[in-house]
Each structure stands twice: as C-alpha cells, then as structure tokens.
Ligand binder design. Structure first.
Ligand SMILES: [Zn+2]
Length: 163
C-alpha cells in the first residue's frame, strides 16, 4: 500500500468513528433531557448501528442502567445471542467496571469511548481492566470526540449545582 492509500484509508476509518460516536452523543443528549448523567452508546455490527441507548439509571432505578449496558442488552436481543463477538461499542464516556465486565463477558470486539472518567473508568483511569488476562480481550480506543462528550457532562453538572 502506498502512502496516499494509507492516508485515505485512515481518514475513512476516522470518519466512521466520528459517525458512530456522533450517534452515541445524540443518545447522551437524550439522557440530559431526562435529567440523567448524559452518556450515550451505540452497538455497531457489520458497520451498522443495531442498538442505541442512553443512561437511564435515575428514571428506571436500575443498577445496570448505564448507556452501554442497555445498548448491549438491546443488541443481544436483536442478534438473538448473548455473544457480541463481532460487535463494537461506541460510548461517550469511559466504561465503569460493571459495563467493562459485561463487555468481556459478552466478548465484545472493541470499545471506543469519549471522555475519560477519572472516578469510575476502568479502561485507563482508575485501572486498566481490559489489559488483565481474562479469557476474552476487548480492544479499546479512547478520546473519540471527547470534547463534545466532556462539554455535555460539564454542562449537566453545572446545571445540577445551580438547582
Ligand atoms: Zn457502566
């Protein structure tokens, strides 16, 4: 492959990442409208979004109400299997241990995330859970459109404080 082809391929790949992360950001905005911490996620299978979800922990009062967890549940239902082997997840914030555990358990191929979560993120912040020698290795890539994601979170908490 020559250099030009390499650059074209990389830019196509980036466009794909931005497209899917933008879809996840759209979900995050829905969460904000419901006074939920604005986190959104989509599950991508064969380059198509098969599930979308946003954080619903407060409105539903469910422990696993995080965006990526709910999106994984929807994806499993759609595929008809708990194995999400060929699926990629785009989530606007670094996953917590619960969601990361579910990703390992369901054998997700790769997770792309936006902003880091210094308090609960386990891809790189609190620990590097995905690097531990589990039976399945989930690939990770962070900081995709993280400024947008961070802005949503900051605005949300600012509004909360001013209430
Ligand atoms: Zn989580």
């Amino acid at each position: 492959m020559n250099l030009d082809q390499d650059i074209i391929m990389k830019s196509q790949e980036n466009q794909k990442k931005y497209k899917f992360m933008n879809a996840a950001l759209k979900e995050a905005k829905k969460a904000a409208l419901k006074d939920e911490v604005p986190v959104g996620a989509v599950v991508v299978y064969k380059d198509e979004i098969i599930a979308r979800a946003h954080n619903l922990r407060e409105s539903k009062q469910i422990i696993h109400g995080h965006a990526e967890f709910l999106a994984m549940m929807k994806a499993a239902k759609k595929i008809g299997s708990w194995r999400l082997e060929d699926c990629e997840i785009y989530v606007t914030m670094e996953p917590c241990p619960m969601c990361a555990g579910a990703m390992i358990q369901s054998r997700v191929k790769k997770v792309y995330y936006g902003v880091k979560d210094y308090k609960a993120g386990v891809a790189e912040s609190v620990c590097q859970l995905f690097d531990l020698p589990f039976n399945h290795k989930v690939e990770t890539e962070g900081l995709i459109l993280h400024e947008e994601s961070e802005k949503l979170i900051k605005t949300f908490f600012k509004r909360l404080r001013n209430k």
